[in-house]
Design a protein around this ligand. Structure first.
Ligand code: NAG
Ligand code: NAG
Ligand code: NAG
Ligand code: NAG
Ligand code: NAG
Ligand code: NAG
Ligand code: NAG
Ligand code: NAG
Length: 562
């Protein structure tokens, strides 16, 4: 009986979706859209930007923090406290003096690290590495705030683990690594940004929250007009169209078109990336191969030999491990005691997902999971021919094994190419539409499109998502919910101003804190990309995605056995 109902509802959902897709395809095809992938945004930004140059001048988008807050719903007293604690927890130390010559800023090439302890150590030991930051004149730095990341690895073993960096705020840093495998291990310390660059990023966060801007096309009959849209807009400037979501209160505004009503909004897309954000002086702190993601050399020894655990250490204390897991033989090994299975053929995946519905919501970093599954499992047939290539909705079905996998992009401020305006959906609202239950798996990834906004904007978004997750787990406690963390990405002098890992590490700390103590699983994409040997990329490469999927499937199938 139950099966019949779920089959029926599946058919209805399919029909509804098909209708929706047809509708979208009709409207979007009129626009003769050139759908491109996220990574090509930089290419289109110039043309869009110049098209908007005029309106930008007359419409100062210099929105500040206060204006963003004014647009959001009033937080409760409890939320105000949580927000204050979250913001306090991510405060970043800064240089004592701003405006010093670039020669006095941190230079990774002149800095060095020193491995502490003997050159031969044992499994279960903690490897301690001291990092000493110097400036371009080779003088020791006397303050902290440089953004460093660290990895310990053995290339020939396909092994790697992330290190934990402590800032002593005097120019010296200590990095801790757990020693987890036998062999020669190499230390890799990378300066992502000098503290002087972090100051610039902080300034941008405060003064330029609209440095990524959006646009909408309005059309009625033969009149059409495009205007600029954003999450925070200046008040009392020009008439606005208010698209604030009534259910969550998530704000969204466009300038009102001159000759059309607000109801004639057709689509949503990224408008562009603002230019000339920083001064020539500030640009010196953002030089590729000089002070963006450059590794710091070892002063002497850069490696240690690890031997088996000493007798008295046979029981390794997990508490010394700051890491979520590590790679060995290129396979992720979680350190929280979870069992990691390999799903190396499509049959194993089908068996694991039999009878399940998997909902994926968020940005392109979760869309990769959908793409991985549908490419790897031939029985999972995709039926979303006409939906937006970036935001979906996508659907894949294996009707024989009763598997449904869906993906839908999150709501604005999503930096997509043109999508039908009412196709934008907030994750919290989508979660409220799910019944949930032991056969439901929900995967959420919301981070990459929030890097340019004040952290408060992200906190509000997560409040809404967290409330919806709690409601879902309350109605159906057996629902599996996985939240994907941020990951490291490739950074250049221009892209750093929009997508720096420093922005990501800030909002990622907020994400982790906000879901702590809630019965969701955190997929640590940060460490899984940091510990891996492949280059950082906003869209992690295939071997990393495989490890992520295997980890999630291991969790899902473990649940099933109970
Ligand atoms: C698509 O548009 C055409 C006219 O442009 C209209 O006749 C047709 O009904 C539309 N189809 C759908 C599914 O909206
Ligand atoms: C931010 O808001 C304050 C108070 O409303 C105002 O004085 C200030 O000029 C604004 N700053 C910017 C950059 O718009
Ligand atoms: C940083 O480390 C170096 C080398 O060990 C040491 O000489 C220096 O005193 C340390 N700096 C501070 C401020 O403790
Ligand atoms: C727009 O349509 C109206 C009638 O629907 C027509 O009178 C007018 O000439 C059209 N304008 C343009 C620019 O095509
Ligand atoms: C936009 O609409 C929302 C919901 O109706 C409302 O709370 C908010 O105050 C409106 N914003 C402005 C600037 O009027
Ligand atoms: C709005 O209509 C007026 C009068 O027809 C015209 O002059 C103006 O250019 C139009 N504005 C836009 C943005 O199309
Ligand atoms: C370890 O470091 C030493 C000193 O830099 C170097 O001579 C040796 O080749 C390294 N060992 C390996 C396996 O890379
Ligand atoms: C390493 O992984 C490969 C498959 O990825 C497997 O065939 C091989 O047996 C593994 N080696 C060890 C030592 O686990």
């Amino acid at each position: 009986m139950k099966k019949h109902i779920s089959r029926l509802s599946l058919i209805f959902m399919l029909l509804a979706l098909l209708g929706f897709i047809l509708l979208i395809s009709n409207i979007t095809s009129l626009e003769n859209l050139n759908i491109q992938l996220m990574s090509t945004f930089y290419k289109i930004q110039n043309t869009i930007h110049s098209a908007f140059k005029h309106s930008e001048k007359s419409l100062p988008l210099n929105i500040n923090h206060t204006t963003c807050e004014h647009f959001a719903q009033e937080p409760t007293a409890e939320e105000v406290k949580e927000e204050r604690d979250l913001l306090n927890s991510i405060t970043w130390p800064g240089p004592l003096v701003n405006g010093l010559p670039v020669e006095l800023s941190s230079d990774p090439a002149k800095s060095y690290f020193v491995i502490q302890g003997p050159p031969v150590q044992h499994i279960g030991d903690q490897l301690v590495v001291n990092v000493h930051m110097h400036n371009f004149l080779d003088q020791p730095k006397t303050h902290g705030g440089d953004f460093l990341i660290a990895r310990l690895h053995s290339p020939e073993l396909g092994a790697g683990v992330a290190g934990k960096v402590h800032d002593h705020q005097n120019g010296n840093y200590t990095v801790l690594f757990p020693l987890l495998w036998i062999g020669v291990v190499h230390v890799e310390i990378t300066m992502v940004h000098p503290s002087e660059a972090v100051e610039v990023l902080k300034r941008l966060q405060k003064e330029q929250p609209d440095r990524v801007f959006f646009k909408s096309m309005f059309r009625s009959g033969n009149i059409s007009e495009a205007t600029v849209c954003n999450l925070c807009m200046p008040l009392n400037e020009k008439p606005l169209c208010n698209y604030t979501d009534l259910k969550t209160g998530e704000p969204w505004y466009c300038y009102k078109p001159q000759n059309l009503s607000c109801e004639t909004r057709i689509d949503h897309s990224i408008g562009g990336y603002k230019k000339n954000l920083i001064t020539e002086y500030e640009a010196q702190f953002f030089q590729s191969k000089v002070n963006i993601k450059v590794s710091i050399p070892a002063s002497m020894l850069g490696n240690v030999t690890v031997l088996p655990a000493k007798k008295e250490q046979t029981k390794i204390k997990r508490s010394i491990y700051h890491a979520a897991g590590y790679y060995f033989n290129n396979t992720w090994k979680p350190l929280n005691g979870a069992v990691m299975q390999q799903f190396s053929n499509s049959l194993a995946i089908t068996r694991c997902l039999k009878g399940k519905t998997v909902y994926m919501f968020g940005d392109s970093t979760i869309r990769q999971w959908f793409e991985y599954l549908t490419a790897f499992v031939p029985n999972l047939k995709q039926i979303n021919i006409y939906s937006s290539k970036q935001l979906g909705p996508f659907m894949a079905v294996d009707s024989k094994s009763n598997i449904l996998v869906t993906f839908r992009g999150h709501g604005p401020p999503i930096r997509s190419t043109s999508v039908f305006a009412s196709g934008l959906r907030y994750v919290a609202n989508e979660l409220d539409r799910l019944r949930g239950g032991p056969h439901t798996v929900v995967l959420v990834s919301v981070w990459a499109h929030f890097s340019t906004f004040p952290t408060e904007v992200y906190i509000r978004r997560l409040w809404h998502i967290r409330k919806a997750v709690l409601r879902l787990l309350d109605r159906e406690p057996a629902t599996v919910v996985v939240i994907r963390s941020a990951n490291l990405q490739k950074m250049g002098s221009e892209s750093s101003l929009f997508n720096s890992d420093w922005f990501s590490v800030q909002i990622d700390a907020v994400l982790r804190a906000m879901f702590r103590g809630i019965r969701v699983q955190l997929l640590d994409a940060w460490e899984m990309t940091l510990a891996h040997h492949l280059p950082h990329d906003i869209h992690p490469s295939h071997p990393i995605i495989k490890n992520m999927i295997d980890l999630i499937l291991s969790q899902i199938c473990l649940k099933k056995k109970k």
